[in-house]
Design a protein around this ligand. Sequence first.
Ligand code: SAH
Ligand code: SF4
Length: 407
Amino acid sequence: MSTALQTSDLVEKTPLERYVAPARPSLVGLARPALAEALGAVGVPPAQRRMRAQQIWNWIYVRGADDFDRMTNVSKELRAALAEKFTLARPEVVAEQVSVDGTRKWLLRLPGEQAGGPPHDVECVYIPDAGRGTLCVSSQVGCTLTCAFCHTGTQRLVRNLTAGEIVGQVMVARDRLGDWPEQTPPEGAIVPSDGGRFVTNIVMMGMGEPLYNFEAVRDALLVVADNEGIGISKRKITLSTSGVVPNIARAGAEIGCMLAVSLHATDDALRDELVPLNRKYPIRELLEACRNYPGLTNAKRITFEYVMLKGVNDSLNHAKALVRLLKGIPAKINLIPFNPWPGTRYECADWEQIEKFSEYIFNAGYSSPVRTPRGRDILAACGQLKSATEKLSARERMALRAMAMTD
Ligand code: SAH
Ligand code: SF4
Protein backbone atom coordinates (compact mmCIF):
# COMPACT_ATOMS: atom_id res chain seq x y z
CA MET A 1 0.00 0.00 0.00
CA SER A 2 1.27 3.39 -0.83
CA THR A 3 0.52 6.13 1.60
CA ALA A 4 1.41 8.90 -0.79
CA LEU A 5 -0.92 11.78 -0.18
CA GLN A 6 -1.92 13.88 -3.08
CA THR A 7 -3.53 17.23 -2.87
CA SER A 8 -6.65 16.92 -4.91
CA ASP A 9 -7.75 19.95 -6.79
CA LEU A 10 -11.28 19.66 -5.47
CA VAL A 11 -10.63 22.35 -2.92
CA GLU A 12 -7.88 24.91 -2.98
CA LYS A 13 -6.20 25.93 0.20
CA THR A 14 -7.14 29.52 0.87
CA PRO A 15 -4.79 31.95 2.55
CA LEU A 16 -5.43 32.60 6.24
CA GLU A 17 -5.78 36.32 5.76
CA ARG A 18 -8.80 35.79 3.51
CA TYR A 19 -10.75 34.03 6.22
CA VAL A 20 -14.00 35.65 7.27
CA ALA A 21 -15.55 34.28 10.46
CA PRO A 22 -19.27 33.50 10.19
CA ALA A 23 -21.39 36.45 11.21
CA ARG A 24 -24.26 34.36 12.59
CA PRO A 25 -24.18 31.24 14.77
CA SER A 26 -24.72 27.86 13.14
CA LEU A 27 -27.41 25.47 14.31
CA VAL A 28 -25.17 22.53 13.42
CA GLY A 29 -24.20 20.58 16.51
CA LEU A 30 -27.15 21.66 18.63
CA ALA A 31 -29.22 19.09 20.49
CA ARG A 32 -33.02 19.27 20.45
CA PRO A 33 -33.46 21.54 23.53
CA ALA A 34 -30.99 24.08 22.12
CA LEU A 35 -32.74 23.95 18.74
CA ALA A 36 -36.04 24.64 20.52
CA GLU A 37 -34.39 27.62 22.22
CA ALA A 38 -33.14 28.92 18.88
CA LEU A 39 -36.70 28.67 17.59
CA GLY A 40 -37.86 30.66 20.61
CA ALA A 41 -35.35 33.35 19.67
CA VAL A 42 -37.06 33.81 16.30
CA GLY A 43 -40.52 34.02 17.83
CA VAL A 44 -41.87 30.44 17.58
CA PRO A 45 -44.47 30.09 20.37
CA PRO A 46 -43.54 27.66 23.20
CA ALA A 47 -46.26 25.14 22.31
CA GLN A 48 -44.80 24.64 18.81
CA ARG A 49 -41.13 24.60 19.64
CA ARG A 50 -40.70 20.89 20.29
CA MET A 51 -42.37 19.83 17.11
CA ARG A 52 -40.51 22.42 15.01
CA ALA A 53 -37.21 21.52 16.66
CA GLN A 54 -37.80 17.91 15.68
CA GLN A 55 -38.41 18.92 12.05
CA ILE A 56 -35.26 21.00 11.92
CA TRP A 57 -33.25 18.29 13.69
CA ASN A 58 -34.36 15.89 10.98
CA TRP A 59 -33.34 18.26 8.19
CA ILE A 60 -29.93 18.84 9.71
CA TYR A 61 -28.92 15.39 10.91
CA VAL A 62 -30.91 13.00 8.71
CA ARG A 63 -30.95 14.88 5.41
CA GLY A 64 -27.81 16.96 5.81
CA ALA A 65 -29.52 20.26 4.88
CA ASP A 66 -27.08 23.13 4.56
CA ASP A 67 -29.65 25.70 3.57
CA PHE A 68 -32.90 26.62 5.35
CA ASP A 69 -34.61 26.81 1.96
CA ARG A 70 -34.44 23.05 1.62
CA MET A 71 -36.75 22.68 4.62
CA THR A 72 -39.90 22.34 2.56
CA ASN A 73 -42.16 21.37 5.47
CA VAL A 74 -41.22 24.57 7.32
CA SER A 75 -43.08 27.75 6.41
CA LYS A 76 -41.34 30.32 4.22
CA GLU A 77 -41.66 32.93 6.99
CA LEU A 78 -39.98 30.73 9.57
CA ARG A 79 -37.21 29.76 7.15
CA ALA A 80 -36.54 33.44 6.48
CA ALA A 81 -36.58 34.26 10.19
CA LEU A 82 -34.13 31.45 10.90
CA ALA A 83 -31.84 32.48 8.05
CA GLU A 84 -31.73 36.01 9.41
CA LYS A 85 -30.36 34.91 12.79
CA PHE A 86 -28.64 31.59 12.11
CA THR A 87 -26.82 29.49 9.53
CA LEU A 88 -26.36 25.77 8.92
CA ALA A 89 -22.64 26.27 8.31
CA ARG A 90 -20.04 23.63 8.98
CA PRO A 91 -16.38 24.37 9.58
CA GLU A 92 -14.90 25.80 6.38
CA VAL A 93 -13.02 23.25 4.26
CA VAL A 94 -9.82 24.89 3.06
CA ALA A 95 -8.05 21.84 1.68
CA GLU A 96 -8.88 18.29 0.82
CA GLN A 97 -6.33 15.57 0.23
CA VAL A 98 -7.05 12.17 -1.20
CA SER A 99 -4.65 9.27 -0.76
CA VAL A 100 -4.35 6.57 -3.39
CA ASP A 101 -5.75 4.17 -0.81
CA GLY A 102 -8.91 6.24 -0.45
CA THR A 103 -8.00 8.04 2.77
CA ARG A 104 -9.28 11.59 2.75
CA LYS A 105 -8.19 14.47 4.90
CA TRP A 106 -9.79 17.80 5.31
CA LEU A 107 -8.14 20.88 6.65
CA LEU A 108 -10.83 22.86 8.41
CA ARG A 109 -10.71 26.50 9.34
CA LEU A 110 -12.37 27.71 12.53
CA PRO A 111 -12.79 31.18 13.98
CA GLY A 112 -10.06 32.37 16.37
CA GLU A 113 -10.66 32.95 20.05
CA GLN A 114 -11.31 36.63 19.67
CA ALA A 115 -13.56 38.26 17.11
CA GLY A 116 -11.41 39.35 14.20
CA GLY A 117 -8.42 37.40 15.55
CA PRO A 118 -6.50 34.89 13.46
CA PRO A 119 -8.42 31.69 12.64
CA HIS A 120 -7.33 28.17 13.57
CA ASP A 121 -6.91 25.09 11.44
CA VAL A 122 -7.78 21.56 12.51
CA GLU A 123 -7.90 18.30 10.71
CA CYS A 124 -10.28 15.52 10.13
CA VAL A 125 -9.32 12.25 8.45
CA TYR A 126 -11.51 9.61 6.78
CA ILE A 127 -10.14 6.09 6.47
CA PRO A 128 -12.16 3.62 4.37
CA ASP A 129 -11.62 -0.02 5.14
CA ALA A 130 -13.34 -3.30 4.33
CA GLY A 131 -16.90 -2.90 5.49
CA ARG A 132 -16.43 0.35 7.36
CA GLY A 133 -15.32 3.93 7.17
CA THR A 134 -13.66 5.53 10.17
CA LEU A 135 -13.56 9.24 10.78
CA CYS A 136 -10.76 10.56 12.98
CA VAL A 137 -12.03 13.70 14.72
CA SER A 138 -10.18 16.48 16.59
CA SER A 139 -11.31 17.86 19.95
CA GLN A 140 -8.90 20.78 20.50
CA VAL A 141 -6.62 23.05 18.54
CA GLY A 142 -3.26 21.88 19.90
CA CYS A 143 -3.05 20.13 23.28
CA THR A 144 -2.14 21.20 26.82
CA LEU A 145 -0.38 17.90 27.44
CA THR A 146 3.15 17.29 26.30
CA CYS A 147 3.58 13.61 25.48
CA ALA A 148 7.23 13.26 24.49
CA PHE A 149 6.60 11.44 21.18
CA CYS A 150 3.63 13.51 19.99
CA HIS A 151 3.93 16.41 17.64
CA THR A 152 0.63 17.95 18.72
CA GLY A 153 2.13 18.13 22.22
CA THR A 154 4.73 20.59 20.98
CA GLN A 155 2.04 23.08 20.02
CA ARG A 156 0.53 25.04 22.84
CA LEU A 157 -3.20 24.65 23.28
CA VAL A 158 -4.92 27.29 21.28
CA ARG A 159 -8.48 26.50 22.17
CA ASN A 160 -11.14 23.89 22.80
CA LEU A 161 -13.48 23.09 19.93
CA THR A 162 -17.18 23.68 20.48
CA ALA A 163 -19.67 20.82 20.25
CA GLY A 164 -20.82 22.31 16.93
CA GLU A 165 -17.28 22.22 15.57
CA ILE A 166 -16.91 18.59 16.62
CA VAL A 167 -20.22 17.50 15.08
CA GLY A 168 -19.31 19.80 12.17
CA GLN A 169 -16.37 17.54 11.31
CA VAL A 170 -18.77 14.62 10.83
CA MET A 171 -21.08 16.83 8.74
CA VAL A 172 -18.18 17.97 6.54
CA ALA A 173 -17.05 14.38 5.97
CA ARG A 174 -20.55 13.31 5.01
CA ASP A 175 -20.96 16.36 2.74
CA ARG A 176 -17.69 15.68 0.95
CA LEU A 177 -18.37 11.95 0.63
CA GLY A 178 -21.91 12.41 -0.65
CA ASP A 179 -23.02 10.46 2.41
CA TRP A 180 -26.50 11.99 2.77
CA PRO A 181 -29.70 10.61 1.23
CA GLU A 182 -30.08 11.50 -2.45
CA GLN A 183 -26.43 12.52 -2.80
CA THR A 184 -23.86 11.01 -5.11
CA PRO A 185 -20.37 10.23 -3.89
CA PRO A 186 -17.43 12.04 -5.51
CA GLU A 187 -15.44 10.38 -8.26
CA GLY A 188 -12.95 7.86 -6.95
CA ALA A 189 -14.67 7.41 -3.59
CA ILE A 190 -14.53 3.85 -2.31
CA VAL A 191 -18.22 3.05 -2.07
CA PRO A 192 -19.06 0.81 0.92
CA SER A 193 -19.41 -2.82 -0.21
CA ASP A 194 -22.87 -3.18 1.31
CA GLY A 195 -24.06 0.02 -0.32
CA GLY A 196 -24.42 1.49 3.17
CA ARG A 197 -23.03 4.60 4.72
CA PHE A 198 -19.52 5.92 4.25
CA VAL A 199 -18.92 7.11 7.80
CA THR A 200 -19.68 4.16 10.08
CA ASN A 201 -17.19 4.69 12.93
CA ILE A 202 -15.83 7.68 14.81
CA VAL A 203 -12.54 7.84 16.66
CA MET A 204 -11.75 10.84 18.86
CA MET A 205 -8.07 10.49 17.99
CA GLY A 206 -7.32 13.68 16.17
CA MET A 207 -5.71 16.72 17.74
CA GLY A 208 -6.20 17.31 21.43
CA GLU A 209 -7.13 15.48 24.60
CA PRO A 210 -10.90 14.90 24.41
CA LEU A 211 -11.31 14.45 28.17
CA TYR A 212 -9.93 17.96 28.72
CA ASN A 213 -12.78 19.30 26.61
CA PHE A 214 -15.30 17.07 28.26
CA GLU A 215 -18.64 18.88 27.94
CA ALA A 216 -18.25 19.78 24.28
CA VAL A 217 -17.06 16.27 23.38
CA ARG A 218 -19.91 14.70 25.35
CA ASP A 219 -22.58 16.94 23.82
CA ALA A 220 -21.20 16.36 20.33
CA LEU A 221 -20.98 12.59 20.66
CA LEU A 222 -24.52 12.38 22.01
CA VAL A 223 -25.75 14.23 18.93
CA VAL A 224 -23.70 11.98 16.62
CA ALA A 225 -24.97 8.82 18.36
CA ASP A 226 -28.65 9.80 18.40
CA ASN A 227 -30.34 7.07 16.41
CA GLU A 228 -32.96 9.42 15.01
CA GLY A 229 -30.18 11.49 13.44
CA ILE A 230 -26.64 10.74 12.32
CA GLY A 231 -27.09 7.50 14.24
CA ILE A 232 -23.56 6.17 14.68
CA SER A 233 -23.96 3.79 17.59
CA LYS A 234 -21.94 4.36 20.77
CA ARG A 235 -20.24 1.04 20.16
CA LYS A 236 -18.79 2.49 16.99
CA ILE A 237 -17.51 5.63 18.66
CA THR A 238 -14.15 5.39 20.41
CA LEU A 239 -12.73 8.12 22.59
CA SER A 240 -8.97 8.03 23.09
CA THR A 241 -7.47 9.52 26.24
CA SER A 242 -3.96 9.86 27.55
CA GLY A 243 -5.42 9.04 30.98
CA VAL A 244 -7.46 11.87 32.52
CA VAL A 245 -8.62 9.53 35.28
CA PRO A 246 -11.54 11.48 36.83
CA ASN A 247 -13.09 12.04 33.44
CA ILE A 248 -12.90 8.39 32.43
CA ALA A 249 -15.71 7.63 34.89
CA ARG A 250 -17.64 10.63 33.56
CA ALA A 251 -17.19 9.43 30.00
CA GLY A 252 -18.57 6.04 31.04
CA ALA A 253 -21.57 7.55 32.81
CA GLU A 254 -22.36 10.48 30.53
CA ILE A 255 -21.29 9.32 27.06
CA GLY A 256 -21.12 5.52 27.16
CA CYS A 257 -18.89 5.21 24.10
CA MET A 258 -15.94 2.86 23.66
CA LEU A 259 -12.71 3.80 25.36
CA ALA A 260 -9.12 3.76 24.14
CA VAL A 261 -6.29 4.49 26.54
CA SER A 262 -2.86 5.69 25.44
CA LEU A 263 -0.77 3.52 27.73
CA HIS A 264 2.60 3.37 25.90
CA ALA A 265 4.56 2.18 28.94
CA THR A 266 4.28 -0.50 31.59
CA ASP A 267 5.98 1.23 34.51
CA ASP A 268 5.50 4.67 36.02
CA ALA A 269 9.09 5.82 35.52
CA LEU A 270 8.88 5.40 31.75
CA ARG A 271 5.28 6.54 31.49
CA ASP A 272 6.11 9.69 33.49
CA GLU A 273 8.58 10.49 30.75
CA LEU A 274 6.46 9.55 27.73
CA VAL A 275 3.07 10.73 28.98
CA PRO A 276 3.77 13.38 31.64
CA LEU A 277 0.12 13.29 32.77
CA ASN A 278 1.12 10.00 34.41
CA ARG A 279 2.74 12.01 37.23
CA LYS A 280 -0.74 13.17 38.15
CA TYR A 281 -2.61 9.94 37.39
CA PRO A 282 -0.22 6.99 37.66
CA ILE A 283 -0.73 3.61 35.97
CA ARG A 284 -2.39 1.96 38.98
CA GLU A 285 -5.10 4.65 39.17
CA LEU A 286 -5.51 4.65 35.42
CA LEU A 287 -6.06 0.90 35.25
CA GLU A 288 -8.43 1.07 38.21
CA ALA A 289 -10.54 3.59 36.28
CA CYS A 290 -10.42 1.22 33.29
CA ARG A 291 -11.58 -1.74 35.39
CA ASN A 292 -14.54 0.32 36.57
CA TYR A 293 -15.52 1.50 33.10
CA PRO A 294 -19.18 0.55 32.73
CA GLY A 295 -20.36 -2.20 30.44
CA LEU A 296 -17.00 -3.91 29.91
CA THR A 297 -17.30 -7.43 28.54
CA ASN A 298 -15.29 -9.49 26.12
CA ALA A 299 -17.42 -8.08 23.35
CA LYS A 300 -16.93 -4.53 24.63
CA ARG A 301 -13.28 -4.12 25.48
CA ILE A 302 -10.99 -1.21 26.18
CA THR A 303 -8.34 -0.57 23.56
CA PHE A 304 -4.87 0.06 24.95
CA GLU A 305 -2.73 2.03 22.54
CA TYR A 306 0.97 1.37 22.62
CA VAL A 307 3.30 3.37 20.39
CA MET A 308 6.35 1.31 19.41
CA LEU A 309 9.50 3.30 20.16
CA LYS A 310 12.83 1.75 19.27
CA GLY A 311 14.90 0.79 22.29
CA VAL A 312 12.48 2.54 24.65
CA ASN A 313 9.39 0.37 25.19
CA ASP A 314 9.67 -2.33 22.52
CA SER A 315 11.48 -5.23 24.24
CA LEU A 316 9.98 -8.62 24.91
CA ASN A 317 10.14 -7.82 28.62
CA HIS A 318 7.90 -4.84 27.96
CA ALA A 319 5.49 -7.11 26.12
CA LYS A 320 5.43 -9.49 29.07
CA ALA A 321 4.89 -6.64 31.52
CA LEU A 322 2.07 -5.33 29.35
CA VAL A 323 0.26 -8.66 29.39
CA ARG A 324 0.71 -8.92 33.19
CA LEU A 325 -0.55 -5.39 33.70
CA LEU A 326 -3.74 -5.84 31.71
CA LYS A 327 -4.66 -9.16 33.29
CA GLY A 328 -8.34 -9.24 34.17
CA ILE A 329 -9.31 -6.22 32.05
CA PRO A 330 -11.29 -6.98 28.88
CA ALA A 331 -8.70 -5.42 26.58
CA LYS A 332 -7.49 -5.05 23.02
CA ILE A 333 -3.95 -3.90 22.37
CA ASN A 334 -3.27 -1.57 19.48
CA LEU A 335 0.42 -1.41 18.60
CA ILE A 336 1.08 1.84 16.79
CA PRO A 337 4.22 2.26 14.71
CA PHE A 338 5.76 5.54 15.79
CA ASN A 339 5.49 8.25 13.16
CA PRO A 340 8.56 10.44 13.46
CA TRP A 341 8.52 14.20 13.08
CA PRO A 342 11.32 16.72 12.67
CA GLY A 343 13.19 17.21 15.91
CA THR A 344 11.94 14.10 17.68
CA ARG A 345 14.42 12.04 19.64
CA TYR A 346 12.50 8.80 19.05
CA GLU A 347 12.58 6.27 16.25
CA CYS A 348 10.01 3.74 15.16
CA ALA A 349 10.77 0.25 16.49
CA ASP A 350 12.16 -2.18 13.92
CA TRP A 351 9.62 -4.23 12.05
CA GLU A 352 11.11 -7.48 13.34
CA GLN A 353 10.85 -6.28 16.89
CA ILE A 354 7.26 -5.18 16.44
CA GLU A 355 6.51 -8.59 15.01
CA LYS A 356 8.04 -10.34 18.03
CA PHE A 357 6.23 -8.04 20.42
CA SER A 358 2.97 -8.54 18.61
CA GLU A 359 3.43 -12.31 18.53
CA TYR A 360 3.96 -12.46 22.27
CA ILE A 361 0.79 -10.49 22.85
CA PHE A 362 -1.12 -12.59 20.36
CA ASN A 363 -0.02 -15.80 22.06
CA ALA A 364 -1.16 -14.35 25.36
CA GLY A 365 -4.66 -14.16 23.91
CA TYR A 366 -4.89 -10.59 22.61
CA SER A 367 -5.69 -9.70 19.07
CA SER A 368 -2.74 -7.67 17.84
CA PRO A 369 -3.71 -5.59 14.84
CA VAL A 370 -0.23 -5.12 13.35
CA ARG A 371 -0.34 -8.79 12.46
CA THR A 372 -3.10 -8.22 9.92
CA PRO A 373 -2.10 -7.67 6.30
CA ARG A 374 -3.17 -4.10 6.60
CA GLY A 375 -1.08 -3.61 9.68
CA ARG A 376 1.87 -5.00 7.80
CA ASP A 377 1.26 -2.50 5.09
CA ILE A 378 1.16 0.29 7.55
CA LEU A 379 4.25 -0.93 9.23
CA ALA A 380 5.99 -1.15 5.92
CA ALA A 381 4.87 2.34 5.27
CA CYS A 382 6.23 3.37 8.64
CA GLY A 383 9.66 2.03 7.71
CA GLN A 384 9.50 3.36 4.18
CA LEU A 385 8.33 6.70 5.31
CA LYS A 386 11.03 7.21 7.84
CA SER A 387 12.96 9.66 5.76
CA ALA A 388 9.97 10.93 3.87
CA THR A 389 8.16 11.57 7.12
CA GLU A 390 10.62 14.27 7.99
CA LYS A 391 9.04 16.18 5.17
CA LEU A 392 5.47 15.40 6.09
CA SER A 393 3.33 18.02 7.73
CA ALA A 394 1.84 17.42 11.17
CA ARG A 395 -1.40 16.73 9.39
CA GLU A 396 -0.01 14.05 7.17
CA ARG A 397 1.56 12.38 10.15
CA MET A 398 -1.78 12.48 11.89
CA ALA A 399 -3.43 10.78 8.93
CA LEU A 400 -0.86 8.03 9.00
CA ARG A 401 -1.30 7.65 12.71
CA ALA A 402 -5.03 7.48 12.31
CA MET A 403 -4.65 4.82 9.64
CA ALA A 404 -2.63 2.76 12.05
CA MET A 405 -5.46 2.95 14.48
CA THR A 406 -8.41 1.67 12.54
CA ASP A 407 -7.88 -2.02 13.14
N1 SAH B 1 -4.92 12.95 23.06
C1 SAH B 1 -5.51 11.68 22.94
C2 SAH B 1 -6.03 11.37 21.54
C3 SAH B 1 -5.25 11.83 20.34
S1 SAH B 1 -3.75 11.06 19.93
C4 SAH B 1 -4.55 10.60 23.39
O1 SAH B 1 -3.39 10.91 23.63
O2 SAH B 1 -4.99 9.47 23.54
C5 SAH B 1 -4.19 9.45 19.33
C6 SAH B 1 -3.07 8.43 19.55
O3 SAH B 1 -1.90 8.69 18.76
C7 SAH B 1 -2.59 8.36 20.99
O4 SAH B 1 -2.47 7.03 21.43
C8 SAH B 1 -1.23 9.00 20.88
O5 SAH B 1 -0.43 8.63 21.95
C9 SAH B 1 -0.74 8.51 19.55
N2 SAH B 1 0.38 9.27 18.98
C10 SAH B 1 0.72 10.56 19.20
N3 SAH B 1 1.82 10.89 18.48
C11 SAH B 1 2.19 9.79 17.79
C12 SAH B 1 3.25 9.52 16.86
N4 SAH B 1 4.12 10.43 16.52
N5 SAH B 1 3.32 8.27 16.34
C13 SAH B 1 2.40 7.34 16.67
N6 SAH B 1 1.38 7.55 17.52
C14 SAH B 1 1.28 8.76 18.09
FE1 SF4 C 1 -2.01 15.54 23.62
FE2 SF4 C 1 -2.65 12.99 22.97
FE3 SF4 C 1 -0.53 14.23 21.87
FE4 SF4 C 1 -0.46 13.51 24.42
S1 SF4 C 1 -0.62 12.14 22.64
S2 SF4 C 1 0.23 15.50 23.58
S3 SF4 C 1 -2.56 13.89 25.05
S4 SF4 C 1 -2.68 14.81 21.61
